[in-house]
Design a protein around this ligand. Structure first.
Ligand code: NDP
Length: 395
């Protein structure tokens, strides 16, 4: 059926490859491309040994549009799954536009020189994608991604109008290191060291990093300190969820993580501007990334669970109600299945599901679209059968 090009052979890329191979009735031909061929070879051998399926591999610099165009013209895919870094979103979107190929990603564009997340530059492709008759699905990971679909599902099945949404992201995994990040360290640390922001009554309210804290009792995990952060899915959800008055995003962090991060920040190790070191120019954050454990190696040693979900309040038939929709994922189980820990797994599975629905024509519309703009039901069904079952509770 479909011929897909996956770009980015990191922690999440590994899961996407496994899940596409598991769904080979849809993904008949798979090419995995990355900056280093060695990253692709590892997963090529892994899926050959585990599923006896051959995938093609290629080397590509996804910052370079002509290189991307040449690769797409050679592979002739039906769609491109961008599983590289947010820095590559615009170049890969442009290459897809030039070649007339559908696009999907898991994280919104971020400029390497400023830790700022916004959809503006990706949404600006909308008219040109429509004219070219192609689709871009933005943010098909867990958050953004599944959390957007949970909101659309709540709106469709539980409310006449949603008033407030809290997105709650808990990773209670323990990898045994004093400090490590569960996905790309640079992206992760830039996100959590930035100012917090939430949306209320039509305006964005900014907070200092980690200024607002609450304790939430996460099912199958327990009570955890949860801190308010800015997160990209809020920008699209305020456009698409009717009647919304407030939306916030909370993520759990342990004491050790926060103390290490504060210390690294205080000594300048989270800096993203070049500094001179022994006659060489280095970026402190990139040097720190070199020192920290590679997230794709954490799988074997991570135990515990993740719980990510949404709490929505609103009105149904004149009565106020609150519902909680969430998924719980076990690090060791995802490791057994794909060789990756749950943070990569909960991102890679929804990326595959988004691509599957596009290739089946169930989610297919010209233009640049966010997850909550589609019917949530087929996605919610697929989550159950593809390894991410979910629960709904009335609170
Ligand atoms: P990794 O750092 O593990 O992997 C990124 C991969 O991208 C690497 O394999 C790297 O290649 C490749 N890459 C980087 N730059 C280029 C380039 N210029 N050209 C080609 N390939 C390149 O990151 P993760 O797998 O952890 O994360 C992948 C994406 O998933 C990120 O965008 C991240 O923000 C997103 N994410 C989304 C989440 C969600 O819930 N929505 C949650 C977690 C992550 P190589 O190895 O070949 O050098």
């Amino acid at each position: 059926m479909a011929n897909v090009l996956i770009i980015g052979a990191g922690g999440v890329g590994r899961v996407v490859v496994h899940k596409c191979v598991q769904n080979r009735d849809i993904f008949e031909k798979i090419t995995l491309a990355s900056r280093r061929l060695s990253s692709c070879e590892l997963y090529q051998q892994e899926v050959k040994a585990r599923y006896d399926m051959d995938i093609d591999i290629a080397e590509v610099d996804a910052d370079n549009i002509p290189d991307l165009v040449a690769l797409i013209q050679k592979v002739k895919p039906d769609m491109v799954l961008n599983i590289a870094l947010p820095y590559q979103d615009l170049t890969i979107m442009e290459a897809c536009l030039q070649t007339g190929i559908h696009y999907l990603d898991t994280a919104n564009y971020e400029h390497p020189d400023s830790a700022k997340f916004e959809y503006k530059e990706q949404w600006a492709f909308n008219e040109r994608y429509k004219e070219a008759g192609i689709m871009a699905l933005l943010g098909s990971g867990f958050d953004p991604g599944v959390t957007n679909v949970f909101c659309a599902y709540a709106q469709k099945h539980y409310f006449d109008e949603i008033e407030t949404i809290d997105i709650l992201d808990c990773n209670a995994g323990d990898h045994g290191y004093a400090f490590a990040t569960n996905f790309n360290p640079e992206i992760n640390l830039r996100e959590v060291s930035s100012k917090g922001r939430y949306w209320e009554n039509g305006t964005w309210i900014e907070t200092e990093p980690m200024e607002i804290k609450m304790v939430w009792d996460y099912p199958q995990i327990g009570k955890k300190d949860s801190y308010l952060l800015y997160h990209e899915e809020m920008e699209s959800l305020i456009k698409h969820i009717k009647g919304l008055k407030r939306i916030r995003f909370f993520m759990t962090f342990g004491e050790s993580y926060l103390t290490h991060m504060k210390c690294l920040e205080n000594v300048g190790m989270l800096g993203i501007e070049e500094v001179e070191h022994n006659g060489q120019k280095i970026i402190p954050m990139q040097f720190l990334k070199t020192l920290l454990p590679d997230p794709s190696t954490l799988g074997a040693r991570t135990i515990g669970k993740t719980n990510i979900g949404i709490v929505a309040t609103g009105i149904k038939n004149g009565i106020k109600k609150t519902i909680y929709i969430y998924n719980v994922c076990d690090h060791q189980e995802t490791y057994k299945e794909t060789g990756a820990q749950a943070v990569s797994y909960t991102t890679g599975v929804p990326a595959m599901i988004g691509a599957k629905l596009m290739m089946e024509g169930k989610w297919m519309q010209k233009g640049v679209l966010n997850m909550e703009q589609f019917d949530p039901d087929p996605f919610m069904e697929a989550l159950k059968t593809q390894g991410l079952p979910w629960f709904v509770e009335e609170l």
